[in-house]
Design a protein. Structure first.
Length: 574
């Protein structure tokens, strides 16, 4: 008799579309929802008729939300349901429950403020060549590592004025990622995408206090942090000819040891046209934005001169592409660290010419930008920076290319949001296999969110911001893994990122505010570390272990994209 009853129950559940083996799971933004904005929760293990209850922080029932629609994963065929709780306007902690399962979430007026500050503060924790002090870093304080006052010119970078083995000083800057090297391409891009958001939200960024050593000066902390890296970038230009070294690096990656324990020599390696153009772009942009600054009175003049010299070198050396395989074959020591190789320079020239035109107004730069302008918008990444140039034109009212770039941006963003209504997690990101890969949460999810915010401001106000917020919801927990992908935030966040600083400091919790790369079906690290991923589905191919550099590394460009979108949303919605 008991067996028959269980069988009948199972048949009834099947008829209702519920798999008896599927537990109830809630996927929520684990950091917080804004009172006046969309609030969506995704639920697995229920059906459209399942009774859901939301209670407030006193245990009182405040809502019985209904299922809005069904969402079926394009890969796993898992059935989930979209539940809208947007009617909850009062800031407080809530719980949603059904069938014995429950999940907490919060509605708050300042949902993204703390995480926005932490994402920016991460750059202080990533500084090189200075002690990281307890007054500013708390338990993450550390001794100075990599002063970089004794850096060798690699044979690949030798010039008449600086032959191989010449000792130069190249201090400051940020560690690039999970490693201890510094790369011009990625550093320039990182500043560029954050500066793009800063220009749109100056009042917000200028009042942001991140508690860094420079906090007491007259310059906003945001710009002080950019200056710490810009000072290093200036040292990467060969004073003889204006070309820019591609990177400052050890021949091989260091082990997972403290910076003070590193023993390899450090080199500046090969000038490249891509690094030089990225340098020219960021120096021109920074020269314009730092004009008249009292704390850095000489910088704007220095940066403009450096940008112009770099641009001239790049035009004279268009074939100086960074090819690490050839470099390591022809010069010793061989270099085996991050490549940031790129064999298409049109996007870098477009960005550099655009920023130099905005700085100087010289027509030659306008003509150069027009000659290599993109035919369609692409969200900016370190390897394709055309989007940064496009945003610069869009923000320049009445400029010659504004209308054209706006049209490209509108088409791009309209395509992004077209299928949100049928997406698995109610977001423009996460339903195409191509959404996932190395660094996808930044280069896809965050970069697209910033593009949507530009469209919201310049195409049609109020039309695109909700979709940018949906991408943030995705990163903060409303995704197939159930992870909030920013360390130190949410109820389930990465604890073991591929990050030498966090790994070697003896502290269990990693630095807070770091965005990990995210789901990567390529699983390039699988063979190296004998890693076993929990899933091969594109949106679930994530592993929170230190060895997983393909899904769990951190990087300044990824955090820069996070800063750009979180700061903008915090500014708009506070």
């Amino acid at each position: 008799m008991k067996k028959n009853l269980l069988g009948a129950t199972a048949l009834l559940m099947m008829a209702l579309g519920v798999n008896a083996q599927t537990p109830v799971r809630f996927f929520v933004n684990q950091v917080g929802y804004y009172p006046g904005e969309e609030k969506v929760i995704v639920v697995e293990g229920i059906n459209e008729n399942t009774k859901l209850t939301v209670t407030n922080d006193r245990g009182q029932k405040v809502l019985e939300p209904k299922v809005v629609r069904q969402a079926v994963s394009p890969w796993s065929n898992k059935t989930r349901y979209i539940v809208d709780v947007s009617s909850l306007k009062k800031p407080m902690h809530y719980k949603i429950a059904t069938k014995g399962a429950k999940c907490g979430f919060q509605v708050t007026d300042h949902a993204l403020h703390d995480i926005s500050v932490a994402a920016l503060k991460l750059f202080y924790l990533m500084r090189t060549g200075v002690p990281i002090e307890k007054a500013y870093a708390g338990k993450y304080a550390r001794e100075m590592g990599h002063p970089d006052t004794h850096v060798l010119v690699h044979p690949s970078a030798a010039s008449n004025g600086r032959p191989a083995g010449t000792v130069i000083s190249s201090p400051f800057g940020w560690y690039d990622a999970g490693d201890y090297n510094k790369y011009v391409v990625n550093s320039s891009f990182s500043i560029g995408i954050m500066m793009a958001s800063y220009e749109q939200n100056k009042e917000y960024f200028e009042q942001l206090n991140t508690n860094i050593p420079e906090s007491k000066n007259a310059t906003p902390d945001f710009l002080d942090e950019m200056m710490f890296n810009l000072k290093w970038l200036l040292t990467m230009q060969d004073p003889e000819d204006g070309g820019v070294y591609h990177k400052l690096t050890t021949p091989n990656f260091e082990g997972f040891i403290k910076p003070t324990e590193c023993k390899q020599s450090r080199y500046v390696v090969a000038k490249s046209v891509t690094a030089t153009l990225d340098f020219a772009a960021i120096m021109a942009q920074s020269a314009r934005l730092m004009k008249g600054n009292r704390d850095y009175p000489d910088f704007s003049f220095q940066a403009e001169a450096a940008a112009k010299r770099a641009y001239e070198w790049a035009k004279a050396n268009p074939n100086a592409l960074y090819n690490q395989g050839r470099l390591s074959r022809d010069f010793k020591p061989a270099v085996n660290t991050g490549t940031y190789g790129d064999f298409n320079t049109k996007d870098e020239q477009f960005w550099a010419a655009t920023e130099l035109y905005k700085l100087t107004g010289e027509k030659a730069f306008l003509e150069d930008a027009k000659a290599v302008k993109p035919t369609r918008f692409t969200a900016p990444t370190w390897g394709n920076v055309a989007g940064l140039g496009a945003w610069a034109w869009i923000a320049k009212e009445g400029s010659e290319l504004q209308t054209e770039m706006l049209a490209q941006l509108k088409e791009y963003c309209d395509n992004l949001v077209a299928e949100v209504g049928t997406s698995s997690f109610q977001a423009p990101f996460g339903d195409k296999k191509t959404d996932f890969g190395w660094g996808c949460l930044a280069e896809g999810c965050c970069a697209n969110a910033v593009a949507l915010l530009f469209a919201d401001r310049y195409v049609k106000n109020g039309q695109y911001m909700r979709y940018a917020l949906e991408n943030v919801d995705y990163i903060l927990g409303r995704n197939a893994t159930g992870y909030c992908f920013v360390t130190g935030f949410g109820s389930k966040s990465p604890m073991h990122p591929h990050h030498r600083l966090s790994s070697s400091d003896g502290i269990e919790a990693p630095f807070p505010g770091m965005l990990v790369g995210g789901p990567n079906p390529g699983q390039q690290d699988k063979a190296d570390g004998n890693l076993v991923y929990p899933s091969n589905f594109p949106d679930e191919s994530y592993l929170d272990v230190e060895e997983s550099y393909a899904s769990n590394e951190i990087a300044i460009n990824w955090n820069a994209s996070l800063v750009a979108v979180l700061g903008w949303l915090d500014a708009r919605l506070k």
